[in-house]
Design a protein around this ligand. Structure first.
Ligand SMILES: Cc1cc2nc3c(=O)[nH]c(=O)nc-3n(C[C@H](O)[C@H](O)[C@H](O)COP(=O)(O)OP(=O)(O)OC[C@H]3O[C@@H](n4cnc5c(N)ncnc54)[C@H](O)[C@@H]3O)c2cc1C
Length: 386
């Protein structure tokens, strides 16, 4: 595939890419199908990734990080996408969970957790969703009350990525029942805390190597230093951090769509029907041309959003539009490409089949496509929210 020049990356990022690629080919690709059967990535892989410098690359040295920037974490995500590895939840750990702790954590919490997130000894998860509240997060029922100099947390979360492997969970809980969204606070909860337990590792239609769990909190006590930021400001912090989470979906979807296109391009040149290559049918050629056009547009949008994030100017509406577009685009691309594989495209052993089922969730988590449209539409149609 003809690649667009990507000026957002410097030489140091491309050198790092070579290193990450070697790691992925040696430590991830040969084992990923085993992890799919186990529905989990082993803890040792997290530590190997930490040793290789693949976790929390953006975290400043004074916080215990390697002092890189977000682009190094994007390289890690893109290289995992290249081999179709959706199991390791490195991106969520590094770019979604770690920022909450780094931006809002107390000095003692940061010192306790962040260096261990960098080394892979402490895996991070974020728990907002509950059985009764997903899109409508103001409706969460998990509660935190102050008693005996501790926050005491009670409640249940579901669909939590990295939930089985997690050592620390950023938990959204109600701290003022009368204030709706303004009564939500965030806490960093070690999973070693008495009263914390995990439910099932949930069986999904895709992303089989990714652990996704139910979490239970029964009188879980955490010290005041584990409150993130200020009391009742949790919703404000989530709104501040969500553009980056949505950007993560964009760059992951874009990289995975490019990988699927590459596999398809190879396949249609090898496979024959009616004495011709599949690549010789006009339908194939036009489908791939249309996918390629999508990929070019997606790459330009994706890199411009990354650039805006690097300059701290990525707003919620633009990130939501990106999340909407890239997740829908990945859905289209995996569907069109799978079709070109014929029956083999439906076989689990073919990466395109896994990519197809792996892709479906991208339109749902981190805010559904419908919620993304709501966010965008409000800025278009409601004067006060522009
Ligand atoms: C594999 C997986 C991993 C996940 N990882 C995490 C995680 O790590 N942490 C976490 O906290 N959560 C996680 N989630 C949860 C995910 O973010 C939620 O599932 C998602 O936000 C949707 O919430 P819901 O499932 O409750 O659906 P609902 O909110 O019940 O929505 C159902 C349907 O109604 C639509 N809808 C809802 N409100 C509106 C509206 N205002 N206008 C129009 N349509 C609307 C939705 O778009 C959807 O189509 C994960 C989910 C999955 C499946």
């Amino acid at each position: 595939m003809h690649r667009l020049n990507r000026p957002i990356f410097a030489e140091e990022h491309e050198a790092f890419r070579e290193q990450v690629r070697r790691f992925c080919d040696k430590e991830i690709a040969p084992f990923h199908s085993q992890w799919e059967e186990a529905h989990q990535v082993p803890a040792a892989v997290w530590r190997k990734a930490g040793e290789a410098g693949l976790l929390c690359c953006w975290l400043p040295e004074e916080e215990g990080g390697p002092g890189g920037d977000l682009r190094f974490d994007i390289v890690v995500a893109e290289e995992l996408a290249r081999i179709g590895a959706t199991g390791p939840g490195f991106n969520l750990h590094s770019c979604v969970v770690a920022p909450y702790i780094a931006h809002y954590g107390s000095p003692s919490l940061k010192a306790e957790v962040l260096p261990r997130m960098v080394s892979g000894d402490c895996v991070g998860a974020i728990a907002m969703t509950e059985p009764g509240a997903g899109s409508d997060l103001a409706g969460i029922r998990t509660r935190a009350t102050w008693a005996d100099e501790h926050w005491v947390i009670n409640g249940q979360k579901t669909f939590i990525t990295n939930g089985v492997n997690a050592d620390v969970v950023v938990v959204a809980a109600k701290t003022d029942l009368d204030k709706g969204a303004q009564g939500v606070s965030l806490f960093a909860v070690p999973t070693s805390s008495p009263g914390f337990s995990r439910g099932r590792n949930l069986q999904k239609i895709g992303q089989h190597a990714q652990d996704t769990a139910e979490l239970y909190f029964d009188q879980v006590r955490v010290p005041a230093t584990h409150l993130l930021g200020e009391l009742n400001q949790g919703f404000r912090y989530m709104m501040r951090e969500l553009p980056l989470e949505r950007l993560c979906i964009s760059f992951n979807c874009q990289a995975r769509a490019e990988a699927v296109f590459g596999w398809t391009q190879t396949y249609v040149k090898e496979r024959k029907a009616f004495g011709k290559r599949i690549a010789d049918f006009q339908n194939t050629r036009f489908k791939l041309a249309a996918v390629w056009a999508d990929l070019q547009a997606g790459r330009a949008l994706c890199d411009s959003l990354i650039e805006r994030q690097l300059y701290q100017s990525l707003d919620s509406v633009s990130a939501s539009a990106g999340k909407l577009w890239h997740s829908e685009m990945l859905g289209r691309v995996t569907d069109e490409c799978l079709q070109l594989f014929g029956g083999y495209g439906y076989m689990h052993e073919y990466p395109v089949a896994r990519a197809y089922t792996d892709a479906r969730i991208e339109r749902i988590y981190a805010g559904t496509s419908e919620i993304m449209k709501e966010v965008i539409a409000r800025s278009i149609c409601d004067e006060s929210r522009r």
